[in-house]
Design a protein around this ligand. Structure first.
Ligand code: SAM
Length: 281
């Protein structure tokens, strides 16, 4: 039988103890230590052998190891300098595969660092998770964004807002932004007990793959519409969209009843409205 070429690594609990990586609440640290679970998360984007990848917040390196075992060329950005020695050791175990950037993911140019086509994979710190997602979803799309896929752990409530369909309380701006030119699905639910320390709420891994952008629609226009519509989500569209120039005319032209509320308007309907308004502006 061929021997397993993958390096033998110390258990993550030992890494945490050896480097004194007690979880910091301020940095949103909830670590995943179950290597089988981590390998399953790293499998969600599909084969990673020789693919570029980008990770936010490797921490003690659990998900990082799993991504490296899958064969990716990984750039990871970590804000907590305490983790750097453990990550340097991990880098030695996977020669040439891992580059660590010490810094704030909100300030790093991920495309320049990880390269076009990178798969973004992360167990995100809850305090910057949504802002990072919005940044990736707002990247130039020509006809696709620079990244190939997003595989991201969020608190369940945020995951539900990303994949929500019309008709419920979760459906809003984040759902439209996540779905108008991407497929977004919950790939895995993760029980709070899988984390050290366990957070108060359940989590889920969301998998997002980009599609070509619908023609003739400007993101700016779509955002103006959804900001106004969901800003007053209990009001009828004829009231909530009053402040957006051309929106009421566009509603009439497409045949959307202005007595409806934002949460009943499908992503396709928002796109059609934004297209008509982009054409006229
Ligand atoms: N990837 C590890 C895992 O799955 O066990 C740790 C995930 S933990 C939820 C979030 C990680 O993000 C922590 O290591 C934390 O230090 C790091 N972090 C927090 N804010 C950050 C930021 N703005 N930029 C980069 N990393 C950050």
């Amino acid at each position: 039988m061929a021997s397993d070429p993958r390096p033998v690594l110390p258990p993550l609990r030992e890494v945490i103890a050896a480097y004194g990586l007690q979880a910091s609440k301020a940095l949103g640290q909830n670590f995943l230590l179950d290597e089988q679970l981590l390998d399953r998360i790293a499998a969600i984007p599909g084969p990673l052998k020789d693919q570029p990848a980008f990770e936010v917040g490797p921490g003690p390196g659990g998900l990082t190891r799993a991504i490296l075992r899958a064969g990716a060329r990984l750039v990871a950005v970590e804000r907590d300098d305490r983790c750097l020695p453990a990550l340097a050791e991990l880098s030695d175990s996977f020669p040439g595969q891992l580059r660590i950037i010490s810094g704030d993911a909100m300030q790093v140019d991920a495309q320049a660092e990880a390269g076009t086509g990178a798969h973004i994979i992360a167990n995100l710190p809850y305090n910057v998770g949504t802002a990072l997602l919005v940044g990736w979803l707002s990247a130039p799309w020509e006809p696709l964004p620079w990244w190939s896929s997003l595989t991201l752990m969020f608190q369940m409530e945020v995951a539900e807002r990303i994949v929500a369909k019309p008709g419920g309380d979760h459906y809003g701006r984040l759902a439209v932004l996540s779905q108008w030119r991407s497929e977004a699905r919950i790939a895995m639910k993760v029980h709070r007990s899988a984390f050290t320390p366990p957070p108060k709420v359940m989590s889920a891994v969301v998998h997002i793959t980009p599609k070509p952008s619908p023609k003739g629609v400007e993101l700016k226009q779509l955002e103006r519409l959804t900001a106004a519509a969901f800003g007053q989500r209990r009001k009828m569209l004829r009231q909530s969209l009053k402040s957006v120039p051309g929106a009421l005319d566009a509603l009439g032209q497409i045949g959307i009843d202005s007595q409806r509320r934002a949460e009943t308007v499908s992503v396709e309907e928002f796109v059609a409205l934004a297209r008509l308004m982009s054409e006229r502006s």
